[in-house]
Design a protein around this ligand. Structure first.
Ligand code: HEM
Length: 457
């Protein structure tokens, strides 16, 4: 195995992106905007067309950047496992993330990344997760009691769940338990910041998404920064407090700036992804009443009002539903990297400093592996069928390798506790006027915010 070669290539972060991709199959799309519109419209369809024309690796371009698109499980494996420290996450994400979350986990590479990740890991250990599980259940209880007022009515589910998960973020991540103006301001700043990162046009002018995002970021930075001293000396069990108290092997705390940056990215990485996962689940269950009934019966058979940490692995069908929704509509639709040095990929020499994009949904739909790939069929993940086990990187909604989602277990806990409580309390029916367009940008969701009729059981 190639030993890590981080330090001798540390200069890669100062190099401009490589634009010389003429020897790689593909095209650069339209003048100036390249493939941007197709990419925004539906990265999956676009990736399928690219693959059909050019194979697993093809050159592409989008507003000012040239890159390669890498699809299929073999390239995912090569990039995620990254045996030779060939792929930089920092340089892949820098265009969107650097301005908002410098120094965050996804903006670190190799040894420094591992070091930071080790410190953050404490907030995700079973003991911490157990505590979050209890807290999350209280928040859901409170919220669903309020939702009772809407029983019988049609609600925009996406908006409801987005707001509810913001409450979870404020309480569990930051420890802000009192609702009111302060939390409202925090949530607004967070949403502006989050929308800012997915701006399509990089214009920092008053009123633009980027401009609002940067203002939101400044607010969050101050808000969180002011809390650090209190959290360091306190004994709260929210995630932020964990980071504030955690020390490295030399006994040093994270610096205030490091904590705030890590925390802001964590909020961002957690929120839209989980919101999308739950919204898409409601969409598919509403369309598939048999699956909805099967899930309801499984939750009922467990005989609990709420899921304790120990129960999280006791709902195998719910796990299959989660997996199937992530297969069909991965919450993280495109993942970027940049090569640190020249790398051989799918038989082509990809030069150093080349941007790469992965589209997990392409791999999640390959007909060579999946039976009727566009069909919602949770049983494909059953132990008997286990279609996902044909290749170690055929199904990777949480990524893989060193940057694999650190919040994977938290996300599934948040998802399962909600779905369990929700489905035991309510039946629901989709109320779309017509089949909605499924958006990927700015975040994956049905375009009509998923109207459902809430029916109390
Ligand atoms: C369904 C929900 C979620 C999905 C599908 C998801 C997906 C992902 C993916 C694909 C990556 C890898 C990105 C890459 O390699 O480029 C990732 C990284 C990450 N996720 Fe998640 N995520 C989810 C929820 C969460 C939650 C709840 C948290 C925090 C509590 C979180 C925190 C992070 C962080 C910090 C990273 C960066 C890890 C690193 O660079 O080492 N995510 N996530």
């Amino acid at each position: 195995m190639t030993p890590p070669r981080t330090t001798d290539f540390a200069s890669y972060i100062h190099e401009p992106d490589n634009r010389d991709l003429d020897h790689i199959p593909g095209d650069y799309g339209l003048p100036v905007i390249g493939h941007t519109l197709r990419l925004i419209n539906d990265p999956f369809i676009w990736a399928q067309e690219q693959h059909q024309k050019y194979g697993f690796l093809s050159k592409i371009s989008s507003i000012g950047s040239r890159a390669v698109l890498a699809v299929g499980p073999d390239l995912s494996q090569q990039i995620f496992t990254d045996k030779g420290d060939d792929f930089s996450s920092q340089m892949g994400y820098r265009l969107r993330v650097a301005r908002f979350f410098p120094g965050s986990l996804i903006m670190e590479d190799f040894e420094r990344h591992l070091h930071q990740r080790k410190i953050l890991q404490t907030a995700f250990k079973p003991k911490a997760l157990k505590h979050y599980t209890n807290e999350v259940n209280h928040i859901y209880d409170r919220a669903l009691q309020e939702w009772d007022a809407d029983a019988g009515k049609t609600i925009p589910f996406f908006i409801y769940i987005k707001e509810l998960l913001l409450e979870v973020a404020a309480e569990i991540f930051i420890g802000e338990t009192k609702r009111g103006d302060r939390v409202q301001q925090l949530n607004q700043a967070f949403m502006d910041c989050s929308n800012g990162t997915v701006h399509v046009f990089p214009l920092n002018i008053p009123g633009s998404a980027l401009n609002k995002g940067l203002k939101g970021r400044a607010f969050l930075e101050q808000f969180l920064g002011e809390l650090v001293p209190k959290k360091r000396t306190g004994d709260s069990l929210d995630m932020f407090s964990h980071f504030c108290r955690e020390k490295d092997e030399d006994g040093n705390f994270f610096t205030d700036v490091e904590i705030v940056n890590q925390m802001m990215f964590l909020l961002f990485a957690a929120h839209d992804t989980t919101t999308a996962a739950i919204t898409h689940t409601i969409y598919y269950l509403a369309k598939n009443p048999e699956a909805k009934e099967k899930l309801y019966q499984e939750c009922k058979a467990l005989g609990k009002d709420y899921l304790a940490f120990e129960d999280l692995s006791s709902l195998p069908y719910m796990q299959q539903v989660f997996n199937e929704v992530q297969r069909l509509r991965p919450s993280a639709p495109m993942l970027p990297r940049r090569t640190v040095r020249e790398v051989e990929m799918a038989g082509h020499k990809v030069p150093a400093h080349t941007l790469i994009f992965l589209v997990p949904r392409f791999t999640h739909h390959m007909e060579e592996y999946w039976t009727e790939p566009s069909k919602f069929d949770p049983d494909r993940f059953s132990p008997e069928r286990a279609e996902h086990k044909q290749h170690p990187f055929l199904f990777h909604p949480f990524g893989g390798g060193n940057h694999k989602c650190i919040g994977m277990h938290f996300a599934q806990m948040e998802y399962k506790c909600f779905l369990h409580k929700f489905i035991l309390k309510y039946d629901f029916k989709a109320q779309h006027k017509k089949e909605p367009k499924m958006l990927t940008v700015p975040i994956p969701k049905p375009a009509d915010s998923m109207p459902i009729q809430l029916i109390k059981r």
